[in-house]
Write a protein that binds this ligand. Structure first.
Ligand code: DOR
Ligand code: ZN
Length: 346
């Protein structure tokens, strides 16, 4: 299997990506629509998408860019403490929202409107469970005494396990699983799935810290962790495990916001080469046969959506990822910019 030079797979979907708004949205969306049929687009805009009115507006803006393309965006509702439950329920029923996203307060970019106490969203979770719609979770507990590398573990133990036990039929997706502890949680619980990014399967904390500083282009939330975590993630993604699927968490920021210290914005922009990175990882793990399950089957099955019918093809051909994406007023550092990759989409 290692000697393959050509791959044809059912068109993938990206179950977790940030397409942003304004000029940034115009620039980054084409990288996602180049490959994917569907994208779950994160609602953590500067004004978070917390109701159907904002959702319609955002979808309209997106559709101006994607008109004519074979590309669908799915949007989860950004949960807030004071959610309008009637609006939420109706919007889920109408398909305006595909599910809901739980951001713990101040855990990541634009999460200051996030949830301060999980009890505040119990009614929303009941609605999701009743309608069979998924809860997407940014699983990090932020507290002064909790080390950044342990946030996922603490969130699972102190919050997610409570939700899991209280709503046994609720579909839960632990987004961008980043630790072995996280993969264990997904594996051990029913109705629970996880998305895995390429960067969490390629980087460890050694790549994040360098020369008494941090590398802001390897800074994301949750932060990349130990070698043992990377190995656990690779195992779950590459083994054909149906609980895990593709979610890049490609999260662009203008280079001016990427600083070599902890006030940098968190987010890694991988969409210019994300499928090529996944292929590289699956090839390294001698698991190319399982790629399609991860990229094109497991996600739609968990979301109860149809499997795509089109295909994409990749060939073994060397190319260099451009260092930056520069267009209009936007300048973004591409993940692995300047590095050679061995697979290319045809
Ligand atoms: O690194 C991240 N960046 N993690 C997130 O959860 C949010 C994202 C962003 O929006 O920048
Ligand atoms: Zn994200």
């Amino acid at each position: 299997m290692k000697n393959k030079t050509f791959l044809k797979i059912i068109q993938p979907d990206d179950w977790h990506v940030h397409l942003r708004e304004g000029d940034m949205m115009k620039v980054v969306t084409k990288f996602s629509s180049r490959i994917n049929n569907r994208c779950v687009v994160m609602p953590n805009l500067e004004t978070p998408i917390t109701n159907s009115y904002l959702a319609r507006q955002y979808k309209e803006n997106l559709s101006l860019i994607t008109a004519g393309l074979n590309f669908t965006t799915l949007l989860p509702c950004y949960l807030i403490d004071s959610l309008d439950l009637n609006d939420f329920k109706l919007a889920l029923k109408k398909g305006i929202f595909v599910g809901a996203k739980l951001y713990p307060i101040n855990a990541t970019t634009n999460s200051s409107f996030g949830i301060s106490k999980i009890d505040n969203i119990f009614s929303a979770l009941e609605i999701l469970e009743e309608l069979g719609k998924p809860l997407l979770v940014h699983g990090e507990k932020v507290r002064e005494d909790i080390n950044m590398f342990d946030r996922e573990k603490y969130f699972i133990d102190e919050e997610l396990q409570i939700i899991r036990n209280r709503y046994p039929s609720l579909k839960i997706i632990l987004e961008h699983v980043s630790s072995e502890y996280g993969t264990d949680f997904v594996n051990e619980n029913k109705n629970t799935a996880g998305t895995i990014t390429p960067h969490h399967m390629m980087l460890t904390k050694k790549d994040f810290f360098y020369e008494n500083s941090i590398n802001p282009h390897h800074f994301c939330m949750p932060v990349v962790k130990e070698e043992s975590d990377l190995i656990a993630l690779r195992k779950c993604a590459c083994s054909g495990n149906k609980k895990f699927f593709l979610g890049t968490d490609s999260a662009p920021h203008h280079v001016n916001f990427k600083l070599p210290n902890m006030s940098s914005r968190a987010g890694i922009f991988s969409s210019p080469c994300s499928i090529e990175l996944y292929v590289t990882i699956f090839e390294e793990e001698d698991s190319l046969d399982n790629l399609e399950s991860f990229s094109s089957y497991n996600g739609p099955i968990f979301y109860e959506l149809p499997i795509n019918t089109e295909h994409i093809a990749l060939t073994k051909e060397t190319w260099v990822v451009p260092e930056y994406t520069i267009e209009n007023n936007v300048k973004i550092r591409n993940f692995l910019g300047g590095k050679e990759l061995n697979w290319k989409v045809i």
